[in-house]
Design a protein around this ligand. Structure first.
Ligand code: UDP
Length: 477
């Protein structure tokens, strides 16, 4: 039998590596030889997932490219969670230098397809050199893709001046309002930087590539799946929620980095709680709040009277500098609040029936993981397309409550949300009639998500169609 091989090449950030590993596992489970392309220091993050697939009898492998040394990046820096926002241009300049090494691999192995990250726009030309179809993975929702493109192209904000000035996202099926400060700073100033050039190039690449793979399912955002294909002219395949390919406790617990809490301890803690009674608070893989924001969160959580698991990212906020913690907080919260310092087994936690709400930064992976677990959300967007995802959660799907974040912050920024806003939002997601209604809507979406990935479901069928089409390439060009 001729081997059908697909290369998967994520940008070196956990929010992209995690879903691409899931995607590669999914392709492998359909008979494809899935090969992850990454750099040496990121390879361990894929090792367990790849080995698990191999143990199940599927074909998977990892190939590494040497991460280039560039001025401006710390020693041994190969992942976005090691950089500040000021280092972003150098980081992306370094990834661009991977081009030659990638092309050598493409020439040697001649895979049937290259699935490469949005942040590698140059990969389309690399693949084209060897007549290999390149698919783009951008890691966003259909909704954010459509809203973001309409705002980028139509510039509805161009006559606005003040941060709080509002505008409607043009040409989309729902009425969705944002304010000026929720746009990325580079979009507001229209300043051409290395980063914005790359983003614009990336958007154009979506049209020049074979198509786009979307981690979503049709029933979640049907108008936007259609809009993306028919109005924005993307050839798009939706094959998610990708996280649902992890079925065992072990797989759910081992996504991303090594967890800072033992799986058993975490489950035991949750098992002792009643259904829908615990909040899970986590802001993704990159964010590090300053002390004053952590203090406000702690105060708000305590005042709400709700139980919680709170993931506080290490770094500037590690044990040595816990000046953010209100006096006696951890003592008072014993049994009621669990703080995880570092990496949490997020999927394992969200899937537990004790979880009744998720305070999230609206990263798309977290959002979709929350939806797939049937958990209502308190939305606290920070950067990237997260302000659009918030609107999908609160205005379109009506499964969340906004904490009121209006400021675009990345890395160690932020700090303007007061404890009262945290208290009100988290209480309203757990308690009351509206909370019950939200929970019911979430239950419906959870069932739809599971159906979508089962045989005959919309995502299952779209992946079949994609693999079918790729196997008849180049006649499917
Ligand atoms: N994640 C996790 N444990 C953590 C933090 C994050 O497992 O302590 C995972 C989470 O489940 C998700 C990914 O990391 O799959 C974060 O991606 P997302 O798009 O939500 O946010 P980003 O990190 O890209 O801002």
């Amino acid at each position: 039998m001729v081997e059908f091989q697909v290369f998967f090449f994520p940008v070196m950030a956990h929010g992209h590596m995690i879903p691409i590993l899931d995607m590669a596992k999914l392709f492998a489970s359909r008979g494809v030889h899935s090969t992850i392309i990454t750099t040496p220091l990121n390879a361990p993050a894929f090792a367990k997932g790849v080995q698990k697939s191999i143990d199940l009898g599927f074909r998977m492998s990892v190939k590494t490219l040497e991460f280039p040394k560039v001025d401006g990046l710390p020693e041994d820096c190969e992942n976005a969670d090691q950089i500040t926002s000021a280092m972003l241009p150098d980081f992306f300049a370094a990834t661009r230098m991977l081009k030659d090494q990638l092309e050598q691999l493409l020439e040697e192995y001649r895979p049937n397809c290259l699935v490469a990250d949005l942040f590698f726009p140059w990969a389309t030309d690399s693949a084209a050199k060897f007549d290999i179809p390149r698919l783009v993975f951008h890691g966003s929702s259909f909704f954010a893709t459509c809203a973001g493109e309409q705002v980028r192209l139509q510039k509805p904000f161009k006559n606005l001046v003040n941060d709080s000035d509002e505008f409607f996202v043009p040409n989309i099926p729902h009425k969705v309002k944002l304010c000026l400060s929720q746009l990325p700073p580079h979009q507001r100033t229209e300043e051409e930087t290395v980063f914005t050039k790359m983003l614009n190039e990336a958007k154009d690449t979506e049209l020049r590539s074979y198509g786009v793979i979307v981690n979503s399912f049709y029933e979640l955002e049907p108008e936007y799946a259609d809009h993306c294909r028919n109005i924005l002219n993307r050839r798009a395949w939706h094959i998610g929620p990708l996280s649902l390919c992890n079925r065992s406790l072990e797989e759910k617990a081992q996504r991303g980095k090594e967890a800072a809490i033992k799986e058993d301890d975490c489950l035991k803690w949750l098992d002792s709680k009643s259904p829908h009674s615990v909040l899970y608070v986590c802001f993704g893989s990159i964010n590090k709040f300053p002390s004053k924001q952590l203090h406000e969160i702690a105060t708000g959580l305590e005042a709400s009277g709700q139980q919680f698991i709170w993931v506080v990212r290490k770094g500037t906020n590690d044990k040595e500098s816990e000046d953010w913690m209100p006096e006696g907080f951890e003592e008072r919260m014993k049994g009621k609040g669990l703080i995880i310092r570092g990496w949490a087994p997020q999927m394992l936690i969200l899937d537990h029936e004790a979880i009744g709400g998720f305070v999230t930064h609206c990263g798309w992976n977290s959002t979709l993981e929350g939806i797939a677990a049937g958990v209502p959300m308190v939305t606290w967007p920070l950067f990237a397309e997260q302000f659009y995802n918030e609107k999908l959660i609160t205005d379109v799907l009506r499964i969340g409550v906004a904490v009121g974040a209006k400021e675009w912050v990345i890395g160690t920024g932020g700090g303007n949300i007061k404890s009262e806003a945290v208290e009100t939002a988290v209480r309203s997601i757990i308690v009351g009639e509206e909370a019950e209604e939200r929970r019911n809507r979430c239950k419906g979406l959870k069932e739809m998500a599971r159906k979508a990935i089962e045989e005959g479901g919309s995502s299952y069928s779209d992946l079949d169609a994609l693999i079918q089409e790729l196997s008849s390439y180049p006649s499917s060009k």
